[in-house]
Design a protein around this ligand. Structure first.
Ligand code: MG
Length: 369
């Protein structure tokens, strides 16, 4: 099988409500998403989506993806999309680093491999059956009362795991948030407090040694050095997210004892191929992992949840669904959807999500031999 054409669409995805992170210093109202279709000489087409969470969340932005595709797509024409390691090495030699640019192309190749093999991606990745995956809510920063009200709303939609966004300039406000939310959680429900890099190590150590709650704390500080310093001085288990991009970053986090779990996001680490390597490493060192994506429609969510579904129960925490926050749906009724706190994986070969190009508007680039 050979790649004959790569088509690119750009779609803005407005959020259904403004979303605040990191104590409110980061605000998001719309995502810039890039859809990629890879066509082949055997008539099969594969799809992928690249979507950072706005421009201020990660060192990644939508225009960067499309600029990177202009470099990578011509190089992939004529190559076999099922040779995923070869495809990834080619992308890494052509454009070192800049992992987020490569995810949509890698996912589209996985889609083609699955279609060629006649297997859904969850099976290709090693799951023996498609059990629904537990999904978690994401709670925007606010007062403890506002956040508890949002958690109750999410509980009513079936969510039993919540990611509460905290991290303010006033340490006492975060202590109040952590303890009030932990105390108000309905029996059987769980919460992670996601700081999104907002604290200095001193504030993190002060807050976490004063709060009585012992729930997961995610990405307390800007970088790995600071998070490792905090992890050594607090009782709560630490989850890392934004500061980890490459496999080497994950290895360094393990060597430093900086965390007990990580977020595995294909769009942050360079696609499903690299995300699977990181997931497998996480399993081998005993990490607990939320496997989900950075942002995007149900297409990006579905790609990530195929990997989640093939992750052992002991290492798998709930997965977040980005598309649940969108005011638009470019792949209506397709892919993973929250059904009472769980999402079922498609059983069709490949990714199992095929956008209708008419819903994506005019393409912004076509690469062909
Ligand atoms: Mg996070």
């Amino acid at each position: 099988m050979k790649i004959t054409r790569i088509t690119v669409w750009n779609l803005d995805l407005p959020l259904s409500a403004p979303y605040r992170l990191s104590g409110g210093r980061l605000k998001f109202e719309q995502l810039d998403s890039t859809f990629v279709r890879i066509e082949t000489d055997e008539g099969l087409s594969g799809w992928g989506e690249g979507c950072p969470w706005g421009e201020s969340y990660l060192p990644a932005h939508g225009k960067g993806i499309r600029a990177g595709l202009a470099v990578l797509a011509p190089v992939l024409l004529g190559e076999d999309p099922c040779a995923l390691d070869h495809i990834n090495r080619l992308m890494d030699v052509t454009l070192p680093g800049q992992l987020y640019v490569k995810s949509a192309l890698d996912v589209a190749c996985w889609d083609l491999l699955g279609q060629a093999a006649g297997m859904p991606l969850w099976r290709l990745m090693g799951a023996h059956k498609a059990e629904p995956v537990a999904v978690n809510s994401s709670i925007s920063t606010g007062t403890p009362e506002e956040m508890i009200a949002l958690i109750q709303k999410a509980s009513a939609k079936g969510y039993r795991v919540h990611s509460a966004k905290i991290g303010g300039s006033e340490p006492s406000a975060d202590i109040d948030r952590i303890d009030a939310i932990s105390a108000a959680l309905p029996a059987g429900e769980k919460v992670t407090f996601d700081v999104n890099r907002a604290w200095t190590p001193g504030v993190a150590i002060q807050v976490l040694n004063t709060a009585t709650a012992r729930d997961w704390i995610e990405q307390p500080c800007e970088n790995l050095d600071q998070c490792a310093q905090v992890a050594a001085r607090v009782a709560q288990p630490i989850m890392l997210d934004e500061c980890l991009q490459s496999f080497g970053d994950h290895l360094a986090a393990w060597n430093r004892g900086a965390c007990e779990g990580v977020k595995v996001k294909p769009n942050r680490v360079g696609g499903l191929t690299k995300a699977r390597q990181i997931r497998d490493f996480g399993v081998s060192v005993g990490w607990q992992m939320h496997v989900e994506d950075v942002g995007g429609s149900a297409l990006a969510d579905t790609a990530a949840l195929h990997l989640a579904a093939s992750t052992p129960d002991a290492n798998r925490l709930a997965s977040w669904l980005s598309h649940d926050h969108l005011a638009v749906d470019p792949v209506p009724a397709q892919g993973v959807r929250n059904q009472g706190g769980f999402a079922a994986l498609p059983s069709a070969p490949g990714l199992g999500v095929t956008p209708d190009p008419d819903l994506l508007g005019a393409s912004v680039a076509v690469y062909e031999a």
